[in-house]
Design a protein around this ligand. Sequence first.
Ligand code: LRH
Ligand code: MN
Length: 388
Amino acid sequence: MAFSSHVASRLEEQAIELPSWAFGNSGTRFRVFGTPGTPRDPFEKISDAAQVHKFTGLSPSVALHIPWDKVDDYAVLRKHAEDEGVALGTINSNTFQDEDYKLGSLAHRDDRIRRKAIDHHLECIDIMDATGSRDLKIWLADGTNYAGQDDMRGRQDRMAEALQEIYDRIGEHQRLVLEYKIFEPAFYHMDVPDWGTSYAQVAALGDRATVCLDTGHHAPSTNIEFIVMQLLRLGKLGSFDFNSRNYADDDLIVGAADPFQLFRILVEVLRGGGYGTDGDTAFMLDQCHNIEDKIPGQIRSVLNVQEMTARALLVDREALTAAQVEGDVLKANGILMDAFYTDVRPDLAAWREERGLPADPMKAFADSGYLAQIAADRVGGVQAGWGA
Ligand code: LRH
Ligand code: MN
């Protein structure tokens, strides 16, 4: 049974931004493995990202990370992206790889170091003006490793002051999204460890400051969809960094470790009005393909989000509300599980073909020979990575 016209049109609103860094090499402290054909610069990263959009129609923009994606002329990079059929998206700052930031950046005690970190963010906003990006995403590695190492209250106040200066520079059509993370690289406290802290900081800034929820940044067994519900209720869920994890911030393919959790999150996104063109929550992937091929990994990822979005769209909201009103616990749960257990893959294949897309994007990309082509073309130079 094909999708209803409602579900079919809602699926057309899906846009999932890709992280440029997912196309470079990444790994763990044990090893960063290389791959033949890995991009050597932001232009090649964007070309690879464009392949994902070509075969899925789901990823019209690419997020950049500064300085990993630093170029001389962002107008040239923007033109390259447009020629490839995608746009430049979220600009991610980076105050976690410079010697000066060992004890923090925006929360650091030293005026010179805080100044340096603020200026980096002002430079990122200049880049946003050139790339036409809407969002500045700030994730801070700031924190401490031992109790007593620093005054946590003082760090909050310094960070708030620094964020205010950055926010004051944000353009009227731009947003600041503040990402939280429970631990790593700090192992006693992070200065933005949870949604409450991020919310408290962005609420103090203004309407164009929101929270970024990275699905890998919570304590084990956290009910993430509850946080999604609350941030949408508060009008402050600016964006997602989607990935999945079994243990910590594993940055695995979204939906791979816990597809049911992804489904529950998307049910709350739909219920809270955060999805699609009338929603105001950006969907982005934030992943590392340490051992698997990167472009197929990204294709698999956006398809996983699409599949769980389709299942979430199949939830019979009226029947669910009726069962909830009745207090019929098992009936209500059963209605949600019916949607989750509905295999939407055949209908999605038909939905793609109706829109000139391959029924099976993974197979179509594999058959395209693109991976062999870039492995042959991209010889020499230095493969891109995190440069950590
Ligand atoms: C931090 C994080 C953040 C990025 C980085 C690539 O763990 O999730 O979003 O800047 O990964
Ligand atoms: Mn992230």
